[in-house]
Design a protein around this ligand. Structure first.
Ligand SMILES: Cc1cc2nc3c(=O)[nH]c(=O)nc-3n(C[C@H](O)[C@H](O)[C@H](O)COP(=O)(O)OP(=O)(O)OC[C@H]3O[C@@H](n4cnc5c(N)ncnc54)[C@H](O)[C@@H]3O)c2cc1C
Length: 459
């Protein structure tokens, strides 16, 4: 049951001002805000507790928003569809979110790339603020309640669809003057985000794009990557080499370390950022933000990923560093030389990728080997084994087309008392606090407007 025509009241039902489906970041913000504006609010959540996904954001630290102050720069981070967000971010800015947390005695700090984190470095502390916001506003929370679909009626005068409320899995019908859907996307389904809202919106004739992974880690099948599991590089470079028209029979075809075969490859996608090695490949902001583009580059071509371990130093400068060391301290072992810049695990991986014996003395390294060493440090070659699945995605693309929403209010166009917020909206989001900023802003604006709509609708 995605959508049911409402048969009529039986006289015993209570009508809430505002009903919010989904108690994630966006739903909690929407419910708290509507209550703060005087609405009687019911929040329905299928999990046993609220905010399961919020708790795992930012590796448990919660990159709560991004401190970019120029709205044009901020909206540009969401690609073409970012133009829809001007109105929304004019109403609730990243600074507003920081102010909101401050109101509840939670200060924030700004880190690399303007990422904002709570000073506690704890997503749980952000969750606690939202829980208090709900409590202070007197929101009724019903966890462990699975909503099955929307109840609709057609307004006899305007012939417009109206949402009357929702029906739960237990067959209970709950009425409300305004309904906010905040059921999230499809990434990390164990947190409750299983795309339940998509078919509800589709059955209303709304444009909903199929879910696809958007911010997702990259699979690298090379064996050395496993030894680096858990290692993070604060600043790495990443670029891709592409052999067009190459028969791609496997992820490592031609072999990534067969440099001669890649001599004519076209280089693209030069990015820098924080990179994390995992047991299956690459994660962290740099990998997440480039994954979809790499997948596009890999269609109909062979690609290899290269990681620049010293992006601040040019290839010539690093070659000079190696040459000088070989001349002035020829007795030093290669492994000791590399350890001046890199941790031991990475040193081993560099030697493996460059086919060099870590025990070699610098003076004993041939010119060809030196070239290989420099090439490896300036571009460790990695096979591209595709992207991880939706379950491992940080954000999924897909969802309700933003064109179907009025971002001044978060109302769905043509259905005045229906609001859609958070990950259920189809935006490309980069890693950096951008995703949660949509959740906070859309929740805040929807809550504000739904409360005033309910007030106008009267008892
Ligand atoms: C590992 C990871 C790390 C991330 N880190 C960051 C970060 O640091 N910064 C950032 O900006 N973004 C981050 N994100 C993205 C961010 O977590 C999401 O954008 C955000 O949590 C989405 O919030 P939401 O409220 O829209 O949806 P969700 O958090 O998915 O909440 C939806 C809620 O609806 C409930 N629900 C679903 N269906 C029903 C139903 N039928 N009935 C009742 N309830 C239902 C679910 O149980 C869930 O609680 C991260 C995501 C992941 C997976």
């Amino acid at each position: 049951m995605f959508l049911r025509y409402y048969a009529g009241m039986n006289g015993r039902e209570r009508t809430y001002d505002c009903l919010v489906v989904g108690g994630g970041a966006a739903g909690m913000m929407a419910a708290g805000r509507a209550a703060e504006r005087g609405a009687q609010v019911l929040l329905l959540e299928k999990n046993g507790r609220l905010g399961e996904k919020l708790r795992i954001t930012g590796g448990g630290r919660c990159n709560v928003t991004n401190a970019i102050t120029d709205r044009h720069v901020l909206t540009a981070r969401y690609g073409d569809k970012g133009k829809h967000l001007h109105n929304l971010f004019a109403r609730f800015t990243p600074e507003d979110m920081r102010g909101f947390l401050r109101r509840f005695d939670l200060d924030t700090k700004v880190e690399q790339e303007q990422r904002v984190f709570p000073v506690t470095d704890s997503a749980e502390s952000v969750q606690r603020v939202l829980a208090r916001y709900l409590r202070d506003g007197g929101v009724t929370v019903r966890s462990g309640t699975v909503v099955q679909g929307l109840l609709r009626a057609v307004d006899p005068e305007t012939r417009q669809n109206r949402i009357i409320g929702v029906e739960t899995q237990r067959g209970e019908q709950i009425r409300a003057r305004a309904v906010i859907i905040a059921t999230g996307g499809t990434s990390h389904p164990e947190t409750g985000s299983t795309g339940d809202g998509y078919p509800w919106l589709q059955s209303l004739g709304l444009p909903v794009g199929g879910a696809d992974v958007s911010l997702v880690p990259i699979r690298v099948p090379d064996p050395w990557i496993r030894d680096l599991q858990g290692l993070s590089l604060q600043d790495a470079g990443l670029y891709v080499e592409r052999l067009e028209g190459q028969n791609t029979t496997g992820p490592t075809d031609p072999h990534v370390r067969d440099h001669a075969s890649w001599a004519n490859a076209k280089r693209s996608l030069n990015r820098r950022g924080k990179l994390l090695f995992t047991h299956f490949g690459l994660s962290g902001p740099l990998a997440l933000n480039t994954a979809s583009t790499i997948r596009e580059l890999a269609s109909g071509a062979a690609v290899r990923i290269r990681i620049d371990l010293v992006p601040d130093i040019s290839e010539d400068a690093y070659r000079y560093e190696v040459q000088t060391a070989a001349g002035s301290e020829g007795g030093t072992q290669l492994s000791s030389f590399l350890r001046r810049r890199f941790p031991p695990r990475l040193t081993r991986a560099i030697c493996e990728c460059a086919d060099l014996d870590a025990g070699l003395k610098l003076a004993g390294i041939s010119k060809r080997e030196r070239r290989l060493l420099v090439e490896t440090v300036k571009g460790m070659p990695c096979s591209f084994g595709g992207l991880m699945g939706q379950d491992k995605a940080v954000v999924t693309s897909g969802g309700l087309d933003p064109a179907a929403v009025d971002f001044r209010t978060m109302q769905v166009r043509g259905i005045p008392n229906l609001y859609v917020v958070g990950d259920l909206l189809d935006f490309n989001r980069q890693s950096g606090g951008y995703s949660l900023q949509i959740c906070w802003a859309s929740g805040w604006v929807a809550g504000t407007h739904a409360a005033s709509l309910a007030r106008k609708a009267g008892p």
